[in-house]
Design a protein around this ligand. Structure first.
Ligand code: DX5
Ligand code: ZN
Length: 218
C-alpha cells in the first residue's frame, strides 16, 4: 500500500498555527493530525472545536482528528460540522463503540478507532468491517516526543484480519507516536499505511525531505 503521512500539529508552535499548517501542506504530507485531549482520558489538555474551525477555513489538507477524550460520542457531530474529515476515538473511552462509529458515519466523516499500547488486536476485530481506519498507538497517548514502542505484532494481526474480512477496500492502519525515519520502516513492514509524526517532522531542518523519508519504499 502507498504510505501516507499525517503531520501532528501538537509539535507545532501554537502561536503560529496558521503558518505551521501551510508548512505542512507544502511538505507533501496528506493530512494534518489534530490531537484533542481533555485532561481526563489523558493527562494533558490541548485544543478543540474553535481551533479546528479556524483551521478549516484556511486548510487545503485533510483534517485528521484524534480524540483522546472520555466521552467522544457527545462531540463527534460537532467535530464533523466544524471541519474534521477523519474522526478517530479510543476504544478505551467511555462511549459505546458501535454507537460512536455509527454517529461518525452519519456525519459523512471517515471513522477510526484507536487503541492504546496495552489493548490487544483482538479487541478491535469486531469493528474492523465497519470502520475506515484503525489507529495503533505506538506510545501511551498524551504527549509528543515520546519513545517509540514496537507494536509490529499487533499491526500485523490487524492487517491480516482486515485482509481476510474486508472485501470492499483495504483498511487504513495508522500509527501514532515516536515515528521517525527509522521506526517508519518497522511499522510499514508490519502493515501500517498512514504514519502520524509530530516531533520528527517539526524538528526537521527540511520538513518536505523528512516527509519523503517517511514515505520511502521498504
Ligand atoms: C500523542 C499524540 C501524537 C503526538 C505524536 O498522544 O497522539 O499524535 O503528536 O508525537 P510524536 O510524533 O512526537 O511522537
Ligand atoms: Zn495523535
Amino acid at each position: 500500500m502507498v504510505t501516507e503521512v499525517s503531520a501532528s500539529i501538537l509539535s507545532a508552535d501554537p502561536l503560529d498555527f496558521g503558518s505551521e499548517m501551510k508548512k505542512v501542506e507544502k511538505s507533501g504530507a496528506e493530512m494534518l493530525h489534530f490531537d484533542v485531549m481533555d485532561g481526563i482520558f489523558v493527562n494533558n489538555i490541548t485544543y478543540g472545536i474553535p481551533l479546528l474551525k479556524a483551521m478549516r477555513r484556511k486548510a487545503d489538507i485533510i483534517l485528521d482528528v484524534h480524540l483522546m477524550i472520555t466521552d467522544p460520542l457527545k462531540y463527534v457531530k460537532e467535530f464533523a460540522e466544524n471541519g474534521a474529515d477523519i474522526i478517530t476515538f479510543h476504544l478505551e473511552s467511555e462511549s459505546d463503540t458501535e454507537e460512536t462509529v455509527n454517529a461518525i458515519r452519519m456525519t459523512g466523516a471517515r471513522a477510526g478507532i484507536a487503541i492504546k499500547p496495552g489493548t490487544s488486536a483482538e479487541a478491535v476485530f469486531p469493528y474492523v468491517k465497519d470502520v475506515d481506519m484503525v489507529l495503533v498507538m505506538t506510545v501511551e497517548p498524551g504527549f509528543g516526543g515520546q519513545k517509540f514502542m514496537d507494536m509490529s505484532q499487533k499491526i500485523a494481526a490487524i492487517r491480516k484480519y482486515a485482509d481476510e474480512h474486508r472485501s470492499d477496500r483495504p483498511l487504513d492502519i495508522q500509527v501514532d507516536g515516536g515515528i521517525d525515519d527509522k521506526t517508519a520502516v518497522i511499522v510499514k513492514n508490519a502493515g501500517a499505511n498512514i504514519l502520524v509524526s509530530g516531533s520528527y517532522l517539526f524538528n526537521a531542518e527540511n520538513m518536505a525531505e523528512a516527509v519523503g523519508k517517511l514515505k520511502e519504499d521498504i
